[in-house]
Design a protein around this ligand. Structure first.
Ligand code: ZN
Length: 354
């Protein structure tokens, strides 16, 4: 049962803030909550429809793709299923870097520019617009509510490396002061800081703790080594994001904090891709993201076969990510989840669940 403040924040304050920012996050979240129960067949039809409209828009308004479609004689109208994407080349960090300006939509001034720390250490310049942000926040909000958490519930965020603006937005931190959703601590975590942080958790008793797996695991190991209990802090759910979650980290974190650990998989460019439901399924936010799995030759793999995860975000044409190579390994899983949601499932290597 949510407290008064949480209901006020979720139903009044946060919707007002989103409206003032010109974002339709509340409507999108409501639609996504209805759609999650659709049959797999209806969701696939919806995804294909959205993909076709997205590609049509991108081909008309984004110079890089207008040229690419012309060169390859790619006709968006001919895309009748998700496999239609396979006729387009992959996108990777090198292509992004070389074409950053012509990957932006023409005539859209309200794009936020941010640098993403690419895996190889070279920063990547990206743009994100309000439509993409609303869809990402809505997807994250839907996940929170699977776990009986809402915007406005007291939470603390702990993040090892400096946290960038896009991640702050995705984690709902930017509204921290007014909406009480989170307080940020981003630091190197020397022992004194870790001790102080645990004392702060004990005092504030947040309902949720959100962090990157390595920082959450560091704190758990730190506490275990000093016989400090973390399972009496009143934390009801832990959300982990931003890095791969290793099975060993999952075990350490879950056993130390004594509450469910929910993994959110995504990356800066593609947004929130998949998140875990209370039955353990890692559900793809299929309304926003199309996930493909390919082998070493770039050929599509069927359900159950592990390969590289390729992402296409269809939520916004502002700075499109089409067939982005993540370098992450996973498999699609067309089985149904016991929770009853039709959203397809993703299996990650070393995910350590199910
Ligand atoms: Zn499920």
């Amino acid at each position: 049962m949510s407290g008064f403040y949480t209901r006020f924040a979720a139903n009044v304050l946060f919707p007002l803030r989103e409206r003032l920012k010109g974002r339709e996050t509340v409507r999108i979240r409501r639609e996504m909550e209805a759609r999650q129960w659709w049959s797999r067949e209806n969701l696939l039809a919806f995804q294909s429809e959205r993909l076709r409209a997205f590609l049509r828009d991108v081909g008309a308004h984004v110079p890089y793709y207008r040229n690419l479609f012309a060169q390859t004689e790619f006709v968006p109208e001919e895309v009748t299923s998700l496999s239609g994407l396979q006729r387009l080349p992959f996108l990777d960090a090198a292509i992004l870097r070389a074409n950053v300006d012509c990957l932006r939509i023409e005539g859209q001034a309200h794009l936020a520019r941010f640098e993403s720390g690419a895996a190889n250490g070279e920063p990547l310049l990206l743009y994100v617009g309000p439509v993409r942000t609303s869809h990402d926040i809505a997807a994250r909000w839907r996940t929170l509510r699977w776990w009986d958490v809402d915007i406005g519930d007291p939470g603390i965020v702990v993040w090892g490396p400096p946290i960038d603006a896009d991640t702050r937005e995705l984690l709902g931190i930017s509204c921290a002061r007014s909406i009480r959703s989170a307080r940020v601590l981003a630091f190197e975590m020397p022992d004194t800081e870790a001790e102080r942080f645990i004392a702060r958790l004990r005092k504030r008793r947040p309902k949720t703790l959100t962090g990157n797996p390595s920082t959450l695991a560091y704190l758990a190991a730190f506490a275990q080594a000093r016989d400090i209990a973390l399972n009496d802090l009143g934390i009801q759910t832990i959300f982990a994001a931003g890095e791969r979650l290793w099975a060993s980290q999952r075990e350490l974190i879950a056993s130390s904090y004594g509450c469910p650990l929910v993994y959110l998989y995504g990356n800066r460019g593609s947004g929130l891709v998949a998140s875990q439901c209370p039955m353990g399924g890692l559900h793809i936010a299929a309304e926003n993201v199309v996930v493909e799995i390919v082998d070493e030759d770039g050929e599509a793999l069927p359900s159950g076969k592990a390969g590289e995860i390729i992402l296409t975000n269809t939520a916004s044409r502002d700075f499109p990510f089409i067939r982005y190579r993540t370098g992450d390994i996973g498999a699609l899983d067309w089985d149904s989840c016991p929770c009853g949601r039709g959203l397809p499932l993703l299996k990650l290597a070393e995910f350590g669940a199910r």
